[in-house]
Write a protein that binds this ligand. Structure first.
Ligand SMILES: NC(=O)c1ccc[n+]([C@@H]2O[C@H](COP(=O)([O-])OP(=O)(O)OC[C@H]3O[C@@H](n4cnc5c(N)ncnc54)[C@H](OP(=O)(O)O)[C@@H]3O)[C@@H](O)[C@H]2O)c1
Length: 324
C-alpha cells in the first residue's frame, strides 16, 4: 500500500500557496497530509521555531511559497525588510528541511532574478549575466540566494542524503487570492478595481498610466500551482537531464506576452466596463518587454492551460467575492 506524502505548504494563505493547496486537494491528496501554519503560528524568520516545527512534523515534501512580497513602492521603502526576511525564510526552511530529512523541496522565486537588460524572452541561463533592476534588487538578490541554496544543498548533500531541492521562477501571476489594494497592487488586480469602480460610478472614461505599449506576460495562479506540483513530481532523471547542478531553476510562464493597452481592454471586457480607456502618455512606461522563455518546462511536459480571457473572468469573480 502506498501512503500519500506528508506535504508542508509554506505560505498557504498567500495567493500561490493557497492555489497549491487547492491543486493538491483537487488531485485527491488527503487534507490530513497537508501541513500548514499561519504566519502568526510560525514566523519563518525565526530559526529556532522553524527547526522545532520541522523536527516535530516528519515531512516528506515542502513547497516554499512564503515570502515577503510587494510592489515597487514597498520594495523601495523597505529594502532591508525585503532582503532580510526573504533570506531568513529561505535559509531557515531549507536548512531545517535538510536537518529533518526532507528530501523534496520546491522553492518559488520570481522573474525579477533576471538582469534588467536580459535578452527577451528570458531563458534560465540569463541568471547572473548582468545588473538587476535597481528598484527590487534586494528582493531579487534574496530570490537568487534561494536558488543557490537549493543547488548548494543538492551538491553537498544530494548523493549522501537523497536531497532533490528544486526551484521555479514564475512570471507575473494573477487570480483568486490576489491583492486588490488601491495603491499597492499589481497591474491586473489594480485594473480590475479601477474598472469595477468606474462601472459602478458610471464614469465615462478611465485614464491609464503610460503609452500602453510595454508588453508583459501573465499566468493564472492555478496554472502556477499545477506547474509547481508537476515540477515537484518530475522524476529526478528527467529534471536533471533538463538542468545542470549550478543552473537548476525552471521558468514558469504562459509563453505569450500582451501589451498593457490590450490587457486593459480585456480586463474592461471581463469587468463589463464599457467606457473609454485613455492613455496618459505624460506618465513613464516601464521596460518595453518582459517575457520568460518557458521552453525548458514545456520540454518537461507542462504548458499553461487557462486562456487570459477565462482567467480574467475568474479573477473578477474573485474580486467581487473578496470585496462583497
Ligand atoms: N504574485 C505574483 O505575481 C508572483 C510572481 C512571481 C513570483 N511570485 C512568488 O510566489 C511566492 C508566493 O507569492 P504570493 O503572490 O502568493 O505572495 P503572498 O500572497 O504575499 O503570500 C505570501 C505568504 O507568505 C507569508 N509569509 C510572509 N512572511 C512570512 C514569515 N516570516 N513567516 C511565515 N509566513 C510568512 C505571508 O503571510 P502574511 O501575509 O501573514 O505575512 C503570505 O501568506 C513568492 O515567493 C513570490 O515571490 C509571485
Amino acid at each position: 500500500m502506498t501512503t500519500s506524502p506528508k506535504i508542508y505548504v509554506a505560505g498557504h494563505r498567500g495567493m500561490v500557496g493557497a492555489a497549491i493547496v487547492r491543486h493538491l486537494l483537487a488531485q485527491g491528496h488527503p487534507a490530513s497530509h497537508i501541513v500548514t501554519r499561519t504566519h502568526a503560528e510560525l514566523d519563518l524568520t525565526d530559526q529556532a521555531a522553524v527547526r522545532s516545527f520541522f523536527a516535530t512534523e516528519t515531512l516528506d515534501q515542502v513547497y516554499l511559497a512564503a515570502a515577503k512580497v510587494g510592489g515597487i513602492h514597498a520594495n523601495n521603502t523597505y529594502p532591508a525588510d525585503f532582503i532580510y526576511q526573504n533570506l531568513m525564510i529561505e535559509a531557515n526552511v531549507i536548512e531545517a528541511a535538510f536537518r529533518s530529512g526532507v528530501q523534496k523541496l520546491l522553492f518559488l522565486g520570481s522573474s525579477c532574478i533576471y538582469p534588467k537588460l536580459a535578452p527577451q524572452p528570458m531563458a534560465e541561463d540569463a541568471l547572473l549575466t548582468g545588473p538587476l533592476e535597481p528598484t527590487n534588487e534586494p528582493y531579487a538578490v534574496a530570490k537568487i540566494a534561494g536558488i543557490k541554496l537549493c543547488e548548494s544543498y543538492n551538491r553537498q548533500h544530494g548523493a549522501s542524503h537523497g536531497l532533490d531541492y528544486r526551484s521555479v521562477m514564475p512570471t507575473n501571476l494573477y487570480g483568486p487570492g490576489d491583492n486588490y489594494h488601491p495603491e499597492n497592487s499589481h497591474v491586473i488586480p489594480a485594473l480590475i478595481r479601477r474598472f469595477h469602480e468606474a462601472k459602478v460610478n458610471g464614469a465615462p472614461k478611465v485614464m491609464l498610466w503610460g503609452t500602453g505599449t510595454p508588453r508583459r506576460e501573465f499566468l493564472y495562479v492555478d496554472d502556477m500551482a499545477a506547474a509547481s506540483v508537476h515540477v515537484m513530481n518530475l522524476p529526478k532523471a528527467a529534471y536533471d537531464a533538463h538542468t545542470t547542478p549550478m543552473q537548476r531553476h525552471i521558468n514558469v510562464g504562459c509563453g505569450e506576452d500582451i501589451t498593457i493597452a490590450e490587457l486593459a481592454r480585456l480586463v474592461a471586457q471581463a469587468v463589463g466596463y464599457a467606457g473609454e480607456l485613455v492613455q496618459d502618455t505624460t506618465k513613464p512606461d516601464g521596460t518595453p518587454r518582459k517575457l520568460m522563455n518557458s521552453e525548458r518546462l514545456a520540454n518537461l511536459g507542462w504548458r499553461a492551460q487557462t486562456p487570459l480571457t477565462t482567467g480574467l473572468q475568474l479573477a473578477y469573480d474573485d474580486f467581487l467575492k473578496t470585496t462583497a
